[in-house]
Design a protein around this ligand. Structure first.
Ligand SMILES: Cc1ncc(C[n+]2csc(CCOP(=O)(O)OP(=O)(O)O)c2C)c(N)n1
Ligand SMILES: [Mg+2]
Length: 577
């Protein structure tokens, strides 16, 4: 018997009534009126951030943002500022904070080069659906677009920001700040979540005027699942003999509903990266993608919830014959990008719950497939056990990291293997960069994860190549007591490139070898703890001590160039069959 689902408690606003003027997130819609106060744009922005629940902001100050920083100083008891050593770090911290907590996060930087320094993190937030707010400035209002060569001028900063965010807008006067800050939060949190940006010209940032603060922004109501589509989907699913459930980050808050659906159908549940841990791998039906590849060959209905299906379309690539697909997604464009037999545009919880309710009537109690699923897992495990030494190291990390501790992956030989070989048990605890696969993301993101989850251990894994993209944030970690553990796999090479050049380009190696610093000495010079190991057995005591250290720690794992087994047969099985 499938247990009753808990009530959905999220408050959803009714749609605005006809004839009532309504602007997104506006106080008028809520019926509030808050008294007018004279303040600068900087003060109004900071006030808006606080009202929208932002407790920490990351960044680097500069002349264009002095008025904003002065407002942060005034409100320092309500919002904590954490300075980073590069703007990219600030934006990655915000990304990690948002991804791991599910709450919006903000960073601030100067315009021009400051903004451009954050764009790798912004495009990551865009791709991984994270509500990250960029708060920046602009050259003086009258200078914008004149081309006079003003400090930090870009040809069109707003246009640049709009290419890597869901929404970006300029604040032209202090009175507009509360409404535009709220609109940013509304856009970030409504529908498919994602980043937003606000810019306020240098002179306007410090300008004072009467401002009417607003209460926190509201989010848009999710469309209710269309009953006719739910009935059609239920019919297809009920007739399926080998259904499979695929999860993405859109299903992050739908754990109870997905568990009920999986139990009812006795279906395996898998995920690629972002949807991992929603159904933990300790659950019989929770399969990593290496284990799910076997039942995928016979799958007749794929139920994809809150996912772009990168795993199926770009990684597995081979589709079982006569496969039918049912999609639940909040983003209506998804139904055009990858057409399904039935596409239900709604929130993952509402849609999955509707499916469960429709199926309860037709699907009786099915015999447990737990033993079959356990078999898939064991068989896959035996195969990927060959991906050494990475799997050996990952096993030690899993052994010592509590179930609710966080692992931040980064593409490197251990990071690729982690996607299947590192079991995940809790939602949000496996933090990934989504499809950008950007070097430098891992360690810097881990700092934001730790700030959002100060009582939980946070471990990042990166290669010697990727780690050096954000090495300077060791200073941030030490200065602000952000106790993350950075495990750096040093194979003195861009190992993935080295393998590709060896295999695909017949050994024509270029740009793949790295001359590295002494990582332990480097970490110590920043004031962090450091260990150097060269085997999984030696990692165990080092990691155990690092978890107790009460300070940031770098663990260098030494390996030889070219010595890592390829994880790719498990990620792109089609290419190796
Ligand atoms: C921002 C960015 N630049 C370049 C790349 C291309 N790239 C993918 S893997 C890789 C090598 C990574 O080397 P390392 O971090 O040392 O990991 P290893 O493969 O050696 O374990 C490179 C350069 C990328 N993914 N992201
Ligand atoms: Mg390397």
């Amino acid at each position: 018997m499938v247990a009753a689902l808990p009530a959905i408690t999220q408050v959803r606003l009714p749609p605005p009534r006809a004839g009532v003027s309504y602007s997104r997130g506006s106080a008028a819609y809520e019926g509030y009126r808050v008294s007018t106060t004279t303040m600068t744009s900087g003060q109004a922005i900071v006030d808006g951030l606080i009202r929208n629940g932002v407790e920490q902001i990351f960044g680097i100050p500069g002349a264009h943002t002095y008025a904003l920083f002065d407002a942060l100083y005034e409100r320092r008891n309500e919002i904590r500022f954490i300075g980073t050593r590069h703007e990219q770090g600030a934006a990655y911290l915000a990304f990690g904070y948002a991804k791991s907590s599910g709450k919006p996060a903000a960073y601030t930087c100067v315009p021009g080069p400051g903004v451009l320094n954050t764009t790798a993190a912004l495009c990551t937030a865009y791709g991984a659906n994270a509500p990250v707010l960029c708060v920046t400035s602009e050259i003086p209002a009258a200078e914008i677009g004149q081309g006079h060569g003003i400090l930090h001028e870009l040809p069109d900063q707003l246009a640049t920001l709009r290419t890597v965010t869901k929404w970006a807008q300029r604040i032209d006067q202090p009175a507009d700040a509360p409404r535009l800050v709220n609109e940013a939060f509304n856009r970030m949190l409504s529908g498919r979540q994602g980043p937003a940006a606000i810019e306020c010209p240098w002179d306007i940032m410090g300008q004072s005027a009467p401002v009417e603060p607003l209460p926190a922004a509201t989010t848009d109501t999710a469309p209710l699942p269309d009953p006719a589509l739910v009935a059609k989907a239920a019919e297809i699913i009920a007739a399926a003999k080998q259904p499979m459930i695929m999860l993405g980050s859109g299903a992050m808050d739908a754990r109870a509903e997905v568990a009920a659906l999986a139990e009812l159908l006795q279906a395996p549940v898998t995920a690629h990266r972002s949807g991992r841990g929603i159904i933990g791998e300790h659950e019989p039906c929770g399969l990593n993608f290496a284990a799910a590849y076997e039942p995928w060959q016979r799958c007749d209905v794929l139920i994809a919830i809150g996912t772009r299906m990168e795993l199926q379309y770009l990684r597995w690539r081979k589709f079982p014959p006569n496969l039918r697909t049912v999609r639940i997604d909040i983003d209506p464009r998804e139904m055009v990008r990858r057409k399904a037999d039935v596409g239900i545009v709604t929130d993952a919880r509402l849609g999955t719950r509707a499916l469960v309710e429709a199926l309860r009537a037709t699907v009786g109690t099915r015999p447990s497939r737990a033993a079959e699923f356990t078999g898939y897992k064991a068989a896959a495990r035996q195969k990927y056990q060959t991906v050494q030494p990475q799997v050996g190291y990952l096993d030690v990390i899993r052994e010592l990291l509590p179930r609710d501790g966080f692992l931040v992956e980064e593409i490197c030989q251990a990071g690729f293997a982690a996607r299947f070989a590192f079991p995940v048990y809790e939602p949000r605890t496996y933090v990934t960069c989504g499809y950008q696969d950007n070097l430098g993301f891992g360690f810097q993101t881990a700092l934001g994860v730790k700030l959002a989850n100060p009582r939980k251990p946070v471990v990042s894994i990166s290669g010697d190549g990727g780690f050096m993209f954000g090495v300077q944030e060791l200073a941030t970690a030490v200065q602000h007591g952000i106790d993350v553990i950075a495990i750096v796999f040093n194979n003195r090479s861009l190992g993935n490139v080295m393998r590709d050049q060896e295999r695909t380009f017949k050994g024509r190696h270029i740009g793949d070898r790295l001359q590295n610093p002494d990582f332990a000495a480097l970490a110590k010079s920043f004031g962090a703890g450091a260990y150097t190991v060269d085997s999984p057995e030696k990692l165990r005591p080092a990691l155990a001590s690092a978890l107790e250290a009460g300070k940031p720690v770098l663990i260098e794992v030494q390996g030889e160039p070219g010595s890592d087994a390829s994880p790719w047969p498990f990620i792109h099985p089609w290419a190796f069959e």
